[in-house]
Design a binder for this molecule. Structure first.
Ligand code: BEZ
Length: 210
């Protein structure tokens, strides 16, 4: 069975553009995003890496460390990094694992043989400070990811880790939340001083907790 939500993210040691990374100690107390790229010198991957470099401040604000992965050699990453800077206007400012021996790709099930025997799919793993896997998304090689959506989910994960709320469809930071069903009305009265609207007994809407 592959990795499932709530599992401890497998630890590894692998080369990267910022030196050898021991994943768990590199993460420390931060949240983490580990995402894979099918191959170096491919167009969609080039745009994605440029975008993540531009979003680095957003990840930092949320205490999230980001690491990319491609199943190529470190020396190829170095050449490709120059192209990313030239074409996307952003220098790689986070590590890119050189997973040529596929240690990490295999540990995280990033190679889907019915899609490709050699290239990884576009996997995204969000890992909490407790090293547990909080989110997994898999995209095909031909579809570039939406990293605003990854940030949106991180906002939801960080909020729901602190407060007994869930976030509704298309929720964005600052919008109303839903009180989880396990909280009784009596407890909700105490926990949510801004109040809540009881649309149905199971659907109670409250302003986003601070
Ligand atoms: C790309 O990153 O552009 C790409 C990689 C593999 C297959 C299709 C597109």
């Amino acid at each position: 069975m592959g990795i499932q939500l709530g599992d401890t993210a497998p630890d590894f040691t692998q080369e990267s553009t910022q030196g050898k990374i021991n994943f768990h100690s590199w993460l420390g107390d931060s949240w983490g995003v580990l995402f894979s790229h099918p191959k170096n010198y491919t167009p969609v991957c080039t745009t994605e890496l440029g975008e993540v470099a531009k979003l680095k401040k957003e990840f930092d604000k949320r205490n999230v460390k980001v690491v990319g992965l491609s199943v190529d050699q470190l020396k190829d990453h170095e050449g490709w990094s120059k192209d990313i800077e030239e074409t996307q206007g952003a220098k790689l400012n986070f590590p890119l694992l050189a997973d040529a021996d596929k240690t990490v790709s295999n540990l995280y099930g990033m190679i889907h043989p019915n899609a490709s025997d050699t290239m990884t799919v576009r996997s995204v793993f969000v890992i909490g400070p407790d090293k547990k896997v909080k989110l997994m998304i898999t995209y095909p090689a031909s579809t570039g990811r939406n990293f605003d959506e990854i940030l949106r989910v991180i906002d939801s994960l960080q909020l729901t880790a602190k407060h007994k709320v869930a976030t509704p469809v298309n929720w964005k930071q600052g919008q109303d939340c839903i009180i989880v069903p396990a909280v009784s009305d009596a407890d909700a009265d105490k926990m949510f001083p801004k109040g809540y609207k009881k649309v149905k007994p199971y659907l109670r809407v409250t302003p986003q907790p601070a």
